[in-house]
Design a protein around this ligand. Structure first.
Ligand SMILES: [Zn+2]
Length: 378
């Protein structure tokens, strides 16, 4: 049965009160539980449209009693960001109040859960999953964030933490379909990337910024490390799905993406029906530490020589930067090169460079950075 609930956020200023729409299909608190949200970065449009299409499909399935377990859908995960207009454009990535990225600094509860469940764990993995989820719910209930965005993040994780599958729909700038997932979840999550036709899958056990997908999944392997004497599985397949680039909003793409998400959920036993054959994975996953964030060294105008989907060799020129006011003629054009070999999966939408600005991303196999630092962009 489909239900829709509106959860109120605390007012940030007198006379304003935002709410979070929560759509539920299937049987509440049953298993498997799926959680899907769009627009945590509120200026990323493709996820809203894909989710709109997926909701149509879920409505049909619900009417035909084909949903197995529970599916929770949040059509607008960030009503705060969706209201942040400035100078004619929507700025939904960073909170205007404190400049914090809405997809960073989500709850990291592993330490608190570990203290709480220390004596409850046993030899049975299923029982341990149940203990950990109950403990997480108990701890979340005791947390009372003091600002609106903190309350929003708290609401989202409270709705998702006990899900078996969490999908956070985003998009990049000018980009290919790609997926971020925890290293311990690979190759188990191969069917997600393969079904979506993702050309790049990026793996990290800890990306350094606690994005929403990791807040749901990382606690499982963190707890498994803390309690090696008992079985603790990675019980939440949580991923950030990057639905190509900002302007990749079209019905044909949205239909295809929604159909692929639906088939993935069928294959995982969350919706009855035959998903058909799994398409082959396009490229093997690569480490997030292997992404070359290619930066401009000089200011100027970027002219790309390579586009998303191109295979780039180490040392290959991906763009040139034109300096319209050079002091010497040999400073008129600078080349920008890759430091790895792999697929160019993202580049900027605008064409302006300043020193240090990332202008393209290449997914390489070789680690370029040590794990442990912040591996994500701003
Ligand atoms: Zn995003």
């Amino acid at each position: 049965m489909k239900t829709e609930e509106f959860k109120l956020l605390p007012p940030a200023s007198p006379g304003t009160r935002r709410s979070l729409s929560v759509i539920r299909y299937g049987i509440p608190d049953s298993s498997p539980k799926v959680y899907i949200q769009a627009g945590l970065h509120a200026n990323e449009a493709p996820g809203f449209v894909v989710l709109n299409k997926l909701i149509e499909k879920l409505d049909e399935s619900d009417a035909e009693n084909r949903i197995n377990g529970e599916i929770v859908v949040i059509p607008v995960a960030n009503p705060i960001g969706l209201a942040q207009w400035r100078d004619g454009s929507l700025e939904g990535r960073f909170d205007f109040v404190n400049s914090i990225n809405f997809n960073r600094q989500h709850q990291d509860l592993a330490e608190r859960i570990a203290e709480d469940i220390d004596t409850q764990l046993e030899e049975n993995a299923i029982v341990n999953v149940s203990h950990i989820r109950a403990s997480t719910a108990k701890i979340l209930k005791k947390i009372t964030p003091d600002d609106e965005a903190g309350c929003l993040k708290h609401q989202l994780i409270s709705l998702s933490h006990d899900a078996d599958i969490v999908l956070d729909l985003h998009c990049d700038l000018d980009a290919l379909m790609h997926v971020y997932v925890g290293t311990p979840l690979w190759p188990e999550a191969t069917d997600l990337s393969a079904q979506l036709g993702a050309e790049v899958t990026l793996l990290a056990a800890d990306s350094g910024g606690t994005p929403f997908d990791e807040a749901n999944s990382r606690l499982w392997w963190n707890l498994a490390e803390k309690f090696p004497q008992v079985p603790i599985p990675s019980a939440c397949l949580s991923a950030t799905v990057e639905l190509r680039g900002f302007t990749d909003v079209a019905y044909d793409m949205a239909e295809e993406d929604a159909a692929n998400l639906y088939k993935f959920l069928q294959r995982r036993g969350c919706i009855h029906g035959d998903p058909g054959d799994l398409p082959p994975l396009i490229n093997e996953a690569t480490p997030l530490t292997g992404v070359d964030y290619i930066k401009a060294q000089k200011p100027g105008i970027v002219v790309y020589l390579k586009k998303p989907g191109d295979y780039i060799n180490n040392g290959e020129v991906v763009a040139e930067i034109i300096n319209p006011l050079p002091e010497n003629e040999d400073e008129r054009v600078y080349t920008v090169k890759s430091s790895t070999e792999g697929v160019l999966f993202s580049r900027n939408v605008d064409r302006f460079a300043r020193p240090g600005r990332i202008i393209a991303k290449v997914a390489g196999k070789r680690p370029l950075r040590e794990p442990g630092g912040n591996l994500l962009t701003l």
